[in-house]
Each structure stands twice: as structure tokens, then as C-alpha cells.
Design a binder for this molecule. Sequence first.
Ligand SMILES: NC(=O)C1=CN([C@@H]2O[C@H](COP(=O)(O)OP(=O)(O)OC[C@H]3O[C@@H](n4cnc5c(N)ncnc54)[C@H](OP(=O)(O)O)[C@@H]3O)[C@@H](O)[C@H]2O)[C@@H](O)CC1
Ligand SMILES: Nc1ncnc2c1ncn2[C@@H]1O[C@H](COP(=O)(O)OP(=O)(O)O)[C@@H](O)[C@H]1O
Ligand SMILES: [K+]
Length: 552
Amino acid sequence: MYVVTAEEMRRLDRETIERLGIPAVALMENAGRAIAEEIIKLCRSRSGSAGSPRGDAGTEAAGTAGAGGGEGIKPPGFTVSGDNALALGGADAGHWLVLAGKGNNGGDGLAAARYLREAGIAVTLVYAAAPESLAGEAALQRDAAAALGLPAVVYGRDRVDFAACSGIVDALLGTGSAGAPRGAYAELIAAANSSGKPIVSADIPSGLDADTGQAHEPCIHAAVTVCLAFLKRGLLQYPGAGNAGQVVVRSIGIPAALAREGGVPVSLLTPEVLRTRLQVDVSRRRSPEGHKGTYGHVLLAAGSLSMSGAGLLAARAALRAGCGLVTWALPAMLLPHVIGAAPELMLAAAGGENGTWSAGTAAEVLRLSTGRDVTAVGPGLGRFADDQEWLRALWEGIAAPMVIDADALNILADSDYSSWTSRCHPVILTPHPGEMARLAGISTAEVQRDRIGLALAYAREHGVTLVLKGAHTVVATPEGEAYVNITGHPGMGTGGAGDVLTGIIAGLLAQGLNAAQAAAFGVYLHGLAGERAARQRHDPSALIAGDIIEAL
Ligand SMILES: NC(=O)C1=CN([C@@H]2O[C@H](COP(=O)(O)OP(=O)(O)OC[C@H]3O[C@@H](n4cnc5c(N)ncnc54)[C@H](OP(=O)(O)O)[C@@H]3O)[C@@H](O)[C@H]2O)[C@@H](O)CC1
Ligand SMILES: Nc1ncnc2c1ncn2[C@@H]1O[C@H](COP(=O)(O)OP(=O)(O)O)[C@@H](O)[C@H]1O
Ligand SMILES: [K+]
């Protein structure tokens, strides 16, 4: 599933209209119908009649519906069914307010209003601006609604009774919105939010930045957002993702092929995207003849006296991710204490005698990395004298992919690593927002302001695969593509969860996945395992990092 900016969306709209010759109003009709269908679905689920509604009398009259249930197989008969998607199926019809802006987002809402009326739902149009100010397709929708006799009021001139309605369609502002909502728009958004009524937003909640996910003041709090054609970046990024409610992406006649051909760089990380865009074998088939040598060997340089557990978590996660062998290099003093903690691991003393790392251990890590398929560094590493020289020696000397996490990222942030000899093998960086802030030399708040945009830019500029962790982790590649993950949950905000991810990604790299595949699939599996682990406990907040490994 493609994820677009407002600008990309406008380009795809234009191409559909100008190159394919589909009239703009046809797209708007499809949008209106999709919005109405989702509202009807919401009405049905709220009134408990979620089952497929029967259409016209024809279906029942044919006498063939309801085969099964012990009645045996009935012979096929003549059937007719209605447009079930636009039928209330016994749900309370209610009365909806349609808040319409003067742009095309408003036009979508006006088209939806006609379909709602068709389904038997009473609608009142609430214009944010004088109806005469609407233009183009939105004006056409205004006139169609008027010709049909849909009641309409103008905000500021007429009274709007929010208390009496059953729900609100937010068609005030869409991808053409700029800055914080002004005037009547702001007042309508505030009134809709405080009404307590369910709000269904057309395309994006009004007041949301469609690209960054920043919520202006005020911004609609939607129960459902019917996103049109392609998912907008702002709906995936917090806080916007929190304002959107349940997001449904509906097709309106803009072919996905246009996004593909047009090089839209961002996708939602789904099994289908993993299979098709990233060509990952998500079934993780193993050859019947496979042996531990087939599945690769991870070297992990991690752990120190106060953070040995980080190394252990990463090492165990790499094994659970399916690699053949894991060697954990750690400070010599720790080694006797972790023997047996995970009998499947191989241990190698590489650090200083006092349980910490030292610059002089780089030579030993380099030696250990020979013949290993991947080296992961960072979990529980700590900082030490001349650690920049240490990391530089590994960066320049390890002839295999590297995963760099935790304190190794902080070392990198303190280094001018663009001046280091460039590597022939890929690097995956896995920062959380705080580490990302140090790497990019900005504040954490600035990192969170547009995670997708930042990840794309940083990965391209530095030639690395970047895993920007946190809710909706972004994986960005040096080639300028990005994948946004939505597996996982806030219960995974627990010490060591990131170390587990490092191990998973390293384990996948060892099995021959390329950097983008290992990062994306690793992030996806990590979130999925977190979900599964949470289900096994009574509350997601009880999750600890080790549970994620066991759920892999
Ligand atoms: N064929 C198509 O094009 C398709 C379009 N589609 C739909 O159209 C939407 C995009 O429509 P759009 O480009 O007309 O912009 P839209 O979001 O309605 O807002 C523009 C209006 O808002 C106003 N305004 C702006 N900022 C403001 C603020 N802060 N506070 C107050 N007012 C503000 C601005 O007024 P101005 O500032 O220019 O006076 C202008 O009048 C898209 O999200 C989707 O729903 C889809 O159905 C697919 C087919
Ligand atoms: N709200 C959330 N939703 C989904 N995943 C989350 C959420 N909070 C944290 N995570 C995931 O948990 C992991 C935490 O990693 P990190 O902060 O590096 O922890 P640590 O350094 O303790 O190992 C990351 O993979 C992150 O994406
Ligand atoms: K909207």
C-alpha cells in the first residue's frame, strides 16, 4: 500500500484526470460514495446490525437465501440483490451533519451527503463558507445537493444544532489545507469535537498536516477517517495517527500503477509489500538439506558490566530469528557469569578485564568477524575512552554487513563518520528518537515532527539503511525508499525491546536477506511477536523484552 504526500496526491490526481481522461467529478463521486458506505457501516456496527444487510425484497422472495444451517442444499434459484453497501440493514437512520469546506474536500462531503440521503439517512449540509464561493466540481456537487432538496445552512449565518445530530461528516479541509484552520473552519472543528458525536473525516481529519502528521489547533478527532485513493503520510505519523481513529483507505479510481510508475517512495509495511516490493520469502522456507552453516553466523559485540542483559537479549533474538550460529563477544570479566545463560550461544572474551570495553579490543572483534556473515554492535556496549577510534576500525575493517545500535549509535553521532572510508557492505542503523536526534544534530521533538521525511533524507544522505524506532517504526533505504510499520504496541516500550530488534535484524541478515529486507522484515516480525506476547499476558504493559523473543 502506497503512502503519499499531498503533493504526490495532487500529481496522481492530475495524471488520472489529464492523461487517463477520467473526469475529476467521477473521482469525487467515487470518494463521496466511499465515505457514505463507511458511514453506513459505522451506523450498522453501532446499532448491532453488523451482518450483511439484505438488499431488496428480491433476495428474500427468491427463497434461496439462507441455504445451510441444517436445511440441506437447496437448488439454485433466481436471485436479485440490492446495493448492500448503501443499505442500512435495519440500523437507526439518524441525522448527520455534513460540514463542507469550499475546496474539493467539501465537494467529497457533498457527494457523500447524496448517497447518505439515498440510504435513508437524514442529512443537513453545513457550509463553512458562502456556498457561492465553491468552484469547479465542488460547485457542481453543491448544485446537485440543492437540486435534490438537501437542507443546507451556512455557518455564521444560520444556527447549527450539533446536539441533535447522530454523527458528523468532516469534509472541511483535506490535502489542500495550509497551516492552522482559520475562522469558521476552526470554530466548526472545535464545535464538532466538543459535540461528543462520532465524526467521520473525508480523506484526513481537518486541521491535520497531511504530510507530517502534526495536529494544528484545532484538529478534528475522528472515529473513522476515510482516506481517499492512497494513504497519506500524516495519517501514519503521530500525533496525526491518534486523531484519525480507524483509517480506511478507499479506492476512487486512481490506478495504483500510477504510484508505482511515478516512483512514490513510501509504502505501508504489509505482508504483501514484503512479498512484492521487497521480495521477502515471508514463509521463511528452509531447504530440507539445510544445516546450521546454511543459515549464517552472527557476531555480536555487546554487553558490559551493568548492561550484560542487552547483549544476551540481542544474541538470543538472533538465534530465534533463525540464524545458524551466534558468537557473542563480550568483556572477559562478564564471560564466566553468562556461561549457560543461553547454552546455544558461543562466547568470546573480547573486552577489558574490568567488565567494560576498551579501544584496544577492536583488533579482537575484527579477528572474530572474519568469516562471520554479519556483525552487530552496540546493545549494552557503554562508552569508553577512544570509542570513536574503536568504531571506526570496525566500520572500515569489517567485510560484512553491520547492524549498529544503542551506544554504538551515540559513538557514531560524536564522530564525523562521513569522512571514514566508505564501506563495501551495508550498514543498518537502528536509533530510537533520542539516538536519532543525536545522529542528526537536532532535538527529539524535531525528529518526531516528520519521522518519514527525516528517515528518508538521512538514509539517502549517509548511504545507510535506517530503522527509526518508536510507534510506527520507519525503515528507510539508501536508495530513497521507506516502509512504515504498524505492527507492535506501546507495551513494547520496555527496556531491552530494541536489543531484541537488533538481534532479529542481524539474524535475518545472516540468513542472506539484504539490508532493506532484513530491516523491514525484522521490524515487522518484532512488532508481530510483541503483539503475540502481549496476548499471552493479561495486559500489554506486563510485557518484558524476553517475552518478545519467546513469541518469535
Ligand atoms: N480531483 C481531485 O482533485 C480530487 C480531490 N479529492 C479531495 O480533495 C481534497 C483536496 O482538495 P483541495 O485541493 O481543493 O483542497 P481542500 O483540502 O479542500 O482545501 C482547500 C480549501 O481550504 C481552504 N483552506 C486551506 N487552508 C485553510 C486553513 N488553514 N483554514 C481555512 N481554510 C483553509 C482554501 O481556501 P483559500 O485559502 O484558498 O481561500 C481552499 O478553499 C482531498 O483531500 C480530497 O478530499 C479527492 O476526492 C480525489 C480527487
Ligand atoms: N508505542 C509503540 N508501538 C510500537 N512499538 C514500540 C512502541 N514503543 C516502543 N516500541 C518498540 O520497542 C522497541 C524499543 O527500543 P529501544 O527504545 O531501543 O529500547 P531499548 O534500548 O531498551 O532496547 C523499538 O523497536 C520500538 O519501535
Ligand atoms: K477532512
